[in-house]
Design a protein around this ligand. Structure first.
Ligand SMILES: [Ca+2]
Ligand SMILES: [Ca+2]
Ligand SMILES: [Ca+2]
Length: 185
């Protein structure tokens, strides 16, 4: 239990994103996220859908993380990731710009049938492929907290991403983006 719920969420998120456990995130980690997302959503190796998912995650890396890397570095360690993500909490405009864009990129990957909303099946497929270590129980809990009518609207989905990575309010539903919050376990 930590009284800093935001740091706890960001650290937990980093551990899931760093699927190879190297302690650093780089472009390869992001390309792998795209490949896993595409595979988890049933798209074939080498398909245009896979290429689109990989490009979306590599875009996140290039647009969100890369501009903040020290000169000459091509990866980010956990402490730097936590610090740069945390800084968004005190800058709502920057949080909306960067995390809102992240949420909309995620949405474009998760919304397989393109109806503008995320069904419980689409959410499960996206979370499982994006964070392979996440169990079904946490995915079910996350969806139940984020949604009240069986579908995540684009706004519910994007808000959840923004809240998970930048909110310090324990009441915000987005804290449940990855299931039971790590600081409540
Ligand atoms: Ca890594
Ligand atoms: Ca959909
Ligand atoms: Ca809903």
């Amino acid at each position: 239990m930590t009284d800093d719920i935001l740091t706890a969420k960001i650290e937990h998120g980093f551990d899931h994103l760093d699927a190879d456990g190297s302690g650093r995130l780089n472009e390869d980690d992001h390309a792998m996220m795209g490949k896993r997302a595409a595979a988890g959503l049933g798209h074939a190796d080498g398909s245009p859908e896979e290429a689109r998912a990989v490009a979306a995650f590599v875009f996140i890396w290039n647009d969100l993380h890369r501009p903040h890397l020290p000169e000459g570095r091509e990866d980010i360690d956990k402490a730097s990731f936590v610090a740069s993500t945390r800084s968004l909490a005190t800058d709502p405009a920057a949080a909306e710009a960067t995390l809102g864009a992240l949420g909309r990129t995620y949405l474009s990957i998760a919304d397989i049938d393109g109806d503008g909303e995320v069904s419980v099946e689409e959410f499960a497929a996206f979370q499982r492929s994006h964070s392979p270590g996440l169990g079904q129980d946490d995915i079910d809990k996350a969806f139940a907290y984020l949604d009240r009518d069986d579908r995540l609207t684009a706004e519910e989905f994007v808000n959840a991403v923004v809240e998970y990575w930048s909110s310090t309010d324990p009441q915000d539903p987005g804290n449940w983006w990855m299931g039971q919050p790590i600081y409540e376990r």
